[in-house]
Design a protein around this ligand. Structure first.
Ligand SMILES: O=C(O)CCC(=O)C(=O)O
Length: 262
């Protein structure tokens, strides 16, 4: 049992929960191999500059596909905790890889994911993300920072400030002292589950070590997307699936990796 009642209560109170050792070293190695050599990341990577001109890079996709990333997003060790946290069936929304490279990975300014997703038509803030650490995530290499309990604010208006879309920095200065800031330092294979209204950000990577992570995002199946046709910078359709995310076999990640290397 990965997600028990005490953890559900923690998630409801704090807006996040971290589970350790969800993925094995072998599975993490397989995912890293797909980050470095796979088509999916190579063909879907986009880049924005942070406030200091450093590149914040991520790869993002909106279809389950049939590769290792499909095996990750349908992995029971992710899907079942998400179903429990959402309180119902989950539908796949999107997957992404955060590519925060040594010495040059840019920062992500304070935002709520629902700050974007509201504008993409989702009626209720009933979405959750699972962020898998592939490298050790530390303060030095720009780990994710969250404000504990900030999902309780509800949705805060987002706009374009500088080079990124986020919360007005003037308002952020007033919000920040209301909450405890938590640096989500994580070992490879650990997973941070977080609520779509949780305020989060991450600093630049000035260290000698990459910080790469995979984030799988899910919508509650009953949460309607009020309109469709939103497109991302690659022209991809921003659309959550309308069916429960299939639950795959527990060994599917390693099997998918073996298929690639054959
Ligand atoms: O993991 C990070 O550094 C930033 C990710 C993030 O803010 C997001 O995916 O919304």
């Amino acid at each position: 049992m990965l997600m028990d009642q005490a953890l559900v209560e923690q998630y409801q109170r704090d807006g996040f929960v971290i589970l350790e050792n969800v993925f094995s070293a072998e599975e993490v190695a397989a995912m890293l191999d797909a980050v470095v050599h796979g088509d999916r990341v190579a063909t879907t990577t986009v880049e924005a500059k942070d406030a200091k001109g450093m590149p914040s890079r991520l790869a993002i996709w909106f279809d389950l596909g049939e590769d290792i990333w499909s095996a990750v997003s349908t992995c029971p060790r992710l899907v079942n905790p998400v179903r429990i946290l959402l309180g119902e069936e989950a539908a796949f929304f999107h997957g992404k890889v955060i590519l925060k490279e040594a010495k040059k990975g840019g920062a992500w300014e304070w935002h709520q994911d629902y700050g974007y997703w509201y504008d993409q038509g989702f009626a209720f803030p009933r979405l959750a993300s699972a962020s898998i650490a592939l490298d050790p995530a530390t303060r030095e290499n720009g780990c994710l920072q969250v404000l504990r309990g900030s999902h309780m604010l509800g949705r805060v208006t987002h706009g374009r400030f500088g080079t990124q879309t986020g919360i007005d920095p003037e308002r952020m200065k007033l919000i920040e002292p209301l909450f405890e800031r938590v640096y989500c330092e994580m070992k490879p294979g650990s997973v941070l589950f977080f609520h779509c209204n949780l305020l989060h950000a991450s600093g630049q990577n000035t260290s000698d070590h990459h910080r790469r992570s995979v984030i799988m995002c899910y919508n509650a199946l009953s949460n309607p997307q009020l309109a469709v046709g939103y497109r991302d910078n690659l022209g991809l359709n921003i659309c959550a699936e309308k069916r429960p995310v299939p639950v795959g076999a527990d060994d599917a990640i390693l099997k998918a990796a073996a298929r690639v290397t054959k």
